[in-house]
Design a binder for this molecule. Structure first.
Ligand code: UGA
Length: 311
């Protein structure tokens, strides 16, 4: 499990441990957000005997020893975030999303029967021409981040075709819930509601997302690690909850029971207008059945945000 201290990674680690797996969790605690939150994300996993933590930067060195004994490699470590990926930051994105992925694939080459699950992103589609978007639509990223996630996908596909690695790619659509990264919309909105500070809404707020509750993303990811006969497949993982940014703010106002002070800011470069996942393939081959809707999931995230002050 790479990225085990991150938002989705820490939930996945707990899901795997709960299912009886032994997990070697890797994370380099890079500084894209606070170490305190990442440590707290890991705290439950660390109580399990079946969990080993390896602090490691995947872009450095040989990873053969790391993956040698694994049946499945879940690669969730990444430099995340769409809007900050311009300019000088791109070097971090290429290093942590492309180079690190290539290092891990090289390490797995010696034992190609291992399953290799790669966490990709809806951002590889860019301004999708067809909504809901099917996996076979031509990817056209709209942000440097999306370019690096698509490059990671291409690496998986070429190691699958050349060396018969058992790769599976998951395109997550805007995942939310407890432990969501602090830079993401719902985290910012909940923090502002809790602290009575202002939120920035980019553009007219009418942009829509297919939001995915983290528990549903984890269930799909575990299925991707274990299901037979899905080598080389690509799956959309979208919660099927389609809402605009403005609608989510209205919902949070109801959940939090207070008004939220909104400042309108210009649309951000790299931000796409709409995302919507066609999940037919994931439902058929992974048994994907998203169970948590927007109101329940956002309520969970709100409870988490108000339970501890450090976020
Ligand atoms: C999210 C993640 O940040 C990416 O890492 C992930 O790859 C991507 O989902 C994905 O689906 O592939 P994004 O959809 O931009 O990216 O998610 P949020 O950061 O939660 O933003 C959602 C919307 O809210 C965006 O349109 C954004 O412009 C808007 N927003 C965000 C605001 O209006 N104000 C804010 O303060 C933050």
């Amino acid at each position: 499990m790479t990225g085990c201290a991150g938002f989705i990674g820490s939930h996945l680690t707990e899901g795997l441990l709960g299912g009886g797996a032994e997990v070697v969790g890797v994370d380099c605690f890079n500084d894209n957000y606070g170490r305190a939150q990442k440590l707290q994300n890991l705290s439950l996993a660390r109580e399990w005997d079946g969990f080993d933590f390896v602090p490691l930067d995947l872009a450095l060195g040989d990873l053969a020893d790391l993956v040698e004994d694994a049946d499945v490699v879940f690669h969730l470590a990444a430099e995340p975030g769409v809007r900050p990926s311009w300019g000088a930051a791109f070097e971090r994105y290429t290093r942590n999303n492309v180079l690190a992925t290539q290092h891990l694939l090289e390490a797995v080459r010696a034992t190609p029967e291992k399953r290799f699950v790669y966490a990709s992103s809806s951002s590889i589609y860019g301004q999708a021409e067809t909504l809901p978007t099917h996996e076979d639509m031509t990817p056209m990223p709209y942000s440097p981040y999306g370019v690096t996630k698509l490059a990671g996908e291409h690496l998986c596909q070429l190691y699958h075709r050349n060396f018969e690695l058992s790769t599976v790619v998951l395109r997550y659509f805007t995942v939310f819930g407890p432990r969501q990264r602090p830079d993401m919309a719902f985290s910012r909105f909940c923090r502002a509601a809790r602290d009575r500070t202002r939120v920035d809404v980019f553009g007219d707020g009418q942009q829509t997302r297919d939001f995915t509750y983290v528990g549903d993303a984890v269930a799909a990811t575990i299925a991707a690690g274990t299901r037979a006969a899905i080598d080389g497949q690509v799956f959309n993982i979208g919660g099927g909850v389609h809402a605009s940014v403005n609608e989510t703010l209205t919902l949070l106002t109801e959940i939090a029971g207070c008004e939220i002070d909104v400042r309108r800011e210009p649309r951000q470069h790299g931000d796409v207008r709409d995302t919507s996942a066609d999940t037919t393939r994931a439902r058929r081959l992974l048994g994907f059945e998203p169970a948590t809707g927007l109101r329940d999931g956002l309520s969970e995230q709100w409870s988490w945000m108000t339970a501890v002050a450090l976020r």
